[in-house]
Ligand binder design. Structure first.
Ligand SMILES: Cc1cc2nc3c(=O)[nH]c(=O)nc-3n(C[C@H](O)[C@H](O)[C@H](O)COP(=O)(O)OP(=O)(O)OC[C@H]3O[C@@H](n4cnc5c(N)ncnc54)[C@H](O)[C@@H]3O)c2cc1C
Length: 416
């Protein structure tokens, strides 16, 4: 019997972890890891945090040294894009020209940034942040200490703003809403992030629309708002969201709906094709619904889960959504999931206003007494307990808000 070939498209965190897991699980067939980028597989969180802050070495972003992949008999193809998929013949067409036949295929093509198309978008200095080379370019720009305008007060925009402030750049953040992170966190906790950045000298422009990037000699000089306000800028960082890279799946006729739709085994509408990470809209048995998660932990754990499913494993992938963020001296973890406007109450343990620079608190988002999500800000070793409360909430067991707010009550004892 000839050895099987498992092909993985997308050589970042999800794809890289899947390849690694195939070998860890003892798969002896051929593993081909196709990556459009030329860098060895890397993680993206450092790109807006330690590396961009100038605190961590570039090398800390990589999953392994470049030689590791060949050492583990993984046929990693850098600078190679999958450009066609034929589920019938089970082949993937590549660029530069090649064709690979697979027994199982994993699509881990992740996300791509949404781009802006306003006048001046092509000026040097108008930047996005998704890849390591884009982080290199931003780091070099921030080191010059010149004015930065960030478009969009989401996670990427805010972390970038914090890094730029750390390098001494004057920073203005534009946001169409009235608070940063308003959709994700709601007003109560979004206010904490606004105050944190204000305390570090960030100038917010809420409700601001962008009219154009203005420059001379091909270089950005200013960002112009809808009302004609002109903000001096040598760098503009656009962080207005991402979209799942579904082209390959869609062109092959796989079911795509806000990402590649999979079951709880990360299997797509084709039984030989799997999807994981940012690109997958997977059925989550814990939440009882499909969800696409654009976060690190879902790539870290989804890659291995997909690998085990490809090997015939029967365990469902049922993660509680989790993400983290670091900005200045505020580190936080968030577990659970709340659709915008779906909670009816936020309960704090600790005072989020006690120290604008480094607040220490827990926050819980509740609906009908059940904890939908929880966040620990500068408080550590509690995430497991918070996840326990969210899982209890999902199972219909409410928590007592008064006990949740009381630091003397152990978190597991707050359940009603
Ligand atoms: C700057 C930054 C900071 C972040 N910080 C955090 C954080 O603090 N916390 C958190 O939870 N999450 C964070 N995230 C999100 C997290 O990094 C993503 O969820 C994670 O990278 C998703 O991994 P992935 O492997 O699914 O996809 P991606 O990382 O998007 O990788 C997909 C890969 O597939 C390649 N590819 C696409 N199409 C093809 C093709 N046709 N052929 C070959 N290759 C292809 C792409 O080039 C890319 O290398 C951050 C993201 C960014 C950009």
């Amino acid at each position: 019997m000839t050895a099987e070939t498992f092909v993985i498209v997308g050589a970042s965190l999800a794809g890289g972890k899947a390849a690694e897991t195939l070998r860890e699980e003892g798969f002896e067939g051929r593993v081909v890891l196709i990556g459009a980028e030329t860098e060895a597989p890397y993680e993206r969180p450092p790109l807006s945090k330690g590396y961009l802050a100038g605190a961590d070495e570039r090398s800390t972003a990589f999953l392994h040294e470049a030689a590791w992949w060949a050492d583990h008999d993984i046929d990693w193809r850098p600078g190679t894009a999958a450009v066609g998929l034929d589920p019938e013949s089970r082949t993937v067409a590549l660029h530069p020209a090649d064709t690979i036949t697979y027994d199982r295929l994993l699509i881990a093509t992740g996300s791509a940034v949404r781009t802006l198309d306003v006048p001046g978008s092509d000026l040097e200095g108008v930047r996005y942040l998704r890849t390591l080379d884009q982080s290199d370019a931003l780091l070099a720009a921030f080191r010059r200490g010149e004015p930065v305008v960030v478009v969009g007060a989401g996670w990427i925009g805010l972390e970038t703003a914090a890094a730029a402030r750390g390098h001494g750049c004057p920073v203005t953040v534009l946001e169409t809403a009235s608070l940063p992170l308003q959709r994700v966190l709601g007003d109560e906790v979004a206010t904490v992030y606004r105050d944190l950045h204000l305390a570090h000298g960030v100038d917010f422009r809420f409700g601001a629309g962008l009219r154009e990037f203005r420059g001379s000699d091909g270089e950005l000089r200013a960002v112009v708002l809808d009302d004609g306000t002109e903000l001096e800028a040598a760098t503009a960082v656009v962080g207005v969201g991402i979209r799942p890279v579904t082209d390959l799946a869609a062109s092959a006729g796989l079911t795509v709906d806000n990402g590649i739709v999979t079951d709880a085994h990360l299997r797509t509408s084709d039984p030989f094709v799997y999807a994981c990470g940012d690109v997958a809209n997977s059925f989550n048995p814990l939440l009882g619904r499909h969800l696409r998660v654009e976060h690190w932990a879902n790539a870290l754990n989804g890659g291995p889960a997909a690998a085990r499913a490809m090997l015939g494993g029967t365990e469902e992938y049922a993660p509680l959504p989790y993400f983290f963020s670091d900005q200045y001296d505020l580190g936080m973890e968030y577990s659970g999931w709340v659709a915008p406007g779906e909670y009816d109450r936020v309960v704090f343990r600790g005072d989020p206003r006690s120290d604008a620079n480094a607040p220490e608190f827990l926050a819980f988002w509740l609906r009908g007494g059940a904890v939908l999500a929880g966040m620990n800000a500068n408080v550590w070793d509690v995430n497991e307990d918070i996840q326990g409360l969210v899982k209890a909430g999902l199972a219909g067991r409410p928590a007592d808000p008064a006990k949740l707010a009381d630091p003397d009550v152990p978190l597991p004892d707050t359940l009603a």
